[in-house]
Design a protein around this ligand. Structure first.
Ligand SMILES: [Fe+2]
Length: 223
């Protein structure tokens, strides 16, 4: 009896739901068939590698969030009347226009919650009682070319805010160039590393984690 059979037998004996993890080859295309529609099952599996034809970032992140990608403590807000703009939209990445020289070669400048489409801007905060001393910022951003083919995924880490540490490969900049902690940290720009196989004009999958509000996914075109 292999492990899958064992887990399924266990589930039938106990009546419990046992999730059998699927195994992805490291660096391989996750969900190697190009998706033509929004995924509905296995929402906590890695997001589709290629952008689904009918991609809806709010609907996808709402479903994946309720399936476990968003902490229970935040679900009432996410599912509430302001959920789309004030909570889900607030956590979606967008690409601000920044002054030349702000973004190092091989990096992408990302902010969260685009006011131009009515989304609340994501604040950032140091560890405090207000956030269970976890802090409030994105501590990892994973980027890969949005393709069903094999592609490298690069994870940028941010172990502190308002400044990163020496061990981090991610970095910060400030929209407008002022104090990063002003405006509740909403002017923070995340500089995230691009994989070597990504060029200007490519669509990338951005999969990222807010320390207090969970994981979010969207697809962006590299400028
Ligand atoms: Fe957040």
């Amino acid at each position: 009896m292999n492990r899958r059979d064992f887990l399924q037998r266990l589930a039938s004996l106990t009546g419990a739901v046992v999730l059998v993890p699927s195994i992805h080859a490291c660096g391989g295309a996750q969900g190697s068939d190009a998706p033509t529609s929004m995924p509905s099952a296995s929402m906590l599996a890695p997001p589709p590698a290629a952008k689904p034809a009918d991609w809806d970032a709010i609907a996808y992140n709402l479903a994946r969030g309720n399936a476990g990608a968003i902490p229970d403590t935040y679900l009432a807000d996410v599912n509430g009347p302001e959920g789309e703009n004030s909570h889900l939209g607030k956590h979606l990445p967008w690409l601000p226009t920044v002054e030349s020289g702000t973004v190092p070669d091989g990096f992408l400048a990302i902010m969260w919650g685009n006011p131009a489409v009515g989304h609340a801007q994501h604040p950032n905060a140091v560890r405090s009682e207000a956030n269970n001393f976890e802090g409030h910022w994105y501590n990892w951003i994973r980027i890969r070319k949005a393709t069903a083919e094999d592609a490298e995924e690069v994870e940028s880490g941010y172990s502190e805010w308002p400044g990163t540490t020496e061990s981090d490969n991610g970095a910060y900049a400030v929209f407008g160039g002022g104090d990063i902690t002003a405006n509740a940290g909403k002017d923070t720009i995340y500089l995230a590393a691009l994989p070597a196989d990504v060029q200007s004009g490519d669509v990338v999958r951005v999969w990222a984690h807010c320390l207090t509000h969970g994981e979010y996914v969207d697809y962006l075109t590299v400028p």
